[in-house]
Design a protein around this ligand. Structure first.
Ligand code: NAP
Length: 490
């Protein structure tokens, strides 16, 4: 990929805020730099919204609300579908923009677009199936009508690790339900969202239905939006600490909320598992997205009878991973998002080793430019190690042995998180017991990736509230209205 190709593409990505159907500069004229984590270089300068810009975006979403809610579901569906088609046509460009701002290998960026694009198609299909109920009350004295209405203007906040899919997973159901939105992507990866929104515009989206604010002051810009009584819904994907803070702010307006928060996924391998499949699953569950996924396996809980062999096999596979800039051929591990991510990975590895873990491969940052960390495997990780409690968010695979099924369940559930769990076993009854016993919103049984637009994605415990995708996803943006009328024959 030539530097000129990259520069030419980046020049086509909008650099402004998108409010009321117009691209505009920040009201203060402020801008900020977007950086390629693989080189540390500035790749684009874009508008830095103020709190006033955030309120202008909310004004636009509120103004467009009634018109969009009254738009025929088929028309809403067609716009989502046209955007899906445009995304497929432009997949190489969107993937490159994503890789440049976030770092993931190009093949993974394309994979994210395939996954994230599906939300546009899926919720386009759901838009025309929003249904209610009609029937007699049990007493026979009246008729009960249950209908679904759009909740109203929504504020969507997305993280940097899946810049496209986290946006489509919120925008698509909101628009399908008839809601208008303000979206705030992460400061670190705003370009993919700006590109996506330009495709919605090309697909014929009316002004004000989607508004985008990019900012370096997420708290200052978000607080007045969340405090405004015209806002009806807050949907957030990000870390649990920020989610908690936003839930407190949302409580003042009794806002509808969806919270997709952090994870600490256990990956349990029983002695009877097909070890080859478990290793394949482990490599995906751990190293996809450079380990920076809420669904990334964080703790490999492996039966003592196979723990050494599992460790040897994943170490051999880890040795084959190729670290580098995501735009380069054959690279499988891009950079971490920033220096703070490197420091976190290093401190978790050092703590685990100091407490007795064996470092089988990796364990150090790679010299810059760029923020790279070696793919790392630790075995024999001891209870009490920070790495078992914290979300690693990096390419570090840590193995803990266990002896009995009860042990495995206790270790797996020993976390405040409950997003996803992975279990590998050849014993069907054991697999079914694990479905019942693990405290988790999602589970991969003999698979290392569960995400699918047709499935309800979300967590229990401190991993969040609500579900995105599946039949459930659109209901996060709908209100149920019940009406009673007298028996028309009385
Ligand atoms: P983060 O620091 O919580 O940020 C997420 C988003 O919230 C960003 O847009 C951020 O903006 C914004 N934000 C931060 N502080 C805010 C505040 N006070 N008010 C309003 N907005 C605020 O998380 P991250 O580091 O971007 O993402 C990684 C985390 O997301 C991990 O914990 C991961 O597990 C979680 N995640 C969860 C899911 C899921 O579906 N459950 C999916 C992906 C990621 P700025 O960055 O611009 O400040």
């Amino acid at each position: 990929m030539s530097a000129q190709t990259e520069a030419d593409l980046l020049a086509t990505v909008p650099s402004g805020l998108f409010i009321g159907g117009e691209w505009r500069e920040a009201s203060t004229g402020a801008t900020f730099d977007v950086i390629d984590p693989a080189t540390g270089e500035v790749i684009k300068r874009i508008a830095d919204a103020s709190a006033a810009d955030g309120m202008a975006a909310l004004d636009a979403a509120v103004a467009a609300g009634p018109g969009w809610a009254a738009t025929a579901p088929r028309e809403r569906a067609e716009i989502l579908r046209r955007t899906f088609d445009l995304l497929q046509q432009r997949i190489d460009e969107v993937a490159l923009v994503m890789t440049l701002e976030m770092g993931k290998p190009l093949a993974e960026a394309r994979g994210e677009i395939a996954y994230g694009g599906e939300f546009l198609r899926w919720f386009g299909e759901e838009a025309v199936r929003i249904a209610g109920r009609y029937g007699s009350n049990p007493e026979g004295t009246g008729r009960m009508i249950v209908s679904q209405r759009p909740v109203g203007p929504c504020y969507l906040i997305t993280p940097w690790n899946f810049p496209l899919a986290m946006a489509t997973r919120k925008i698509a159901p909101a628009l399908a339900a008839g809601c208008t939105v303000v979206i705030k992507p992460a400061e670190l990866t705003p370009l993919t969202t700006l590109f996506l929104v330009s495709l919605f515009v090309e697909a014929g989206l009316p002004a004000g239905v989607i508004n985008v604010i990019t900012t370096t002051s997420s708290g200052t810009v978000s607080e007045p939006i969340i405090a405004d009584p015209r806002l009806r819904k807050l949907s957030f994907t990000g870390s649990t600490p920020v989610g908690r803070r936003l839930l407190k702010q949302a409580a003042d307006n009794v806002l509808r909320t969806s919270m997709e928060l952090g994870g600490n996924a256990p990956f349990v391998v029983f002695g009877d598992a097909d070890l080859g499949k478990a290793v394949d699953g482990a490599m995906l569950a751990k190293f996809r997205n450079i380990g920076q996924a809420c669904t990334a396996a964080n703790r490999f809980i492996v039966h003592r009878s196979v723990a050494d062999e599992f460790a040897a096999r994943v170490t051999a596979r880890t040795r084959e991973l190729r670290v580098g800039r995501g735009t380069d051929d054959d690279v499988t591990i891009g950079p971490l998002i920033n220096e703070a991510a490197i420091d976190k990975a290093q401190s978790l590895v050092s703590d685990a080793v100091a407490r007795g873990a064996n470092l089988l491969i990796g364990g150090s940052a790679v010299d810059g430019p760029g923020t790279f960390y070696e793919p790392t495997v630790l075995s024999g990780v001891q209870a009490g190690s920070e790495i078992l409690r914290e979300e690693i968010f990096g390419p570090v695979l840590s193995i803990v042995p266990f002896d009995s099924e009860d042990d495995a369940v206790r270790l797996a559930n020993d976390t405040e998180y409950g997003l996803v769990s992975y279990v590998f076993t050849a014993d069907l009854a054991r697999g079914q017991r694990m479905i019942d016993r693990l405290e988790t919103g999602m589970m991969g049984l003999n698979v290392g990736v569960v995400s699918n637009a047709a499935a309800p994605f979300g967590g229990v415990k401190q991993s969040g509230v609500g579900r995105e995708g599946g039949l459930e996803g659109i209901h996060e943006y709908l209100e149920t209205k019940y009406t009673l009328t007298p028996d028309p024959f009385a």
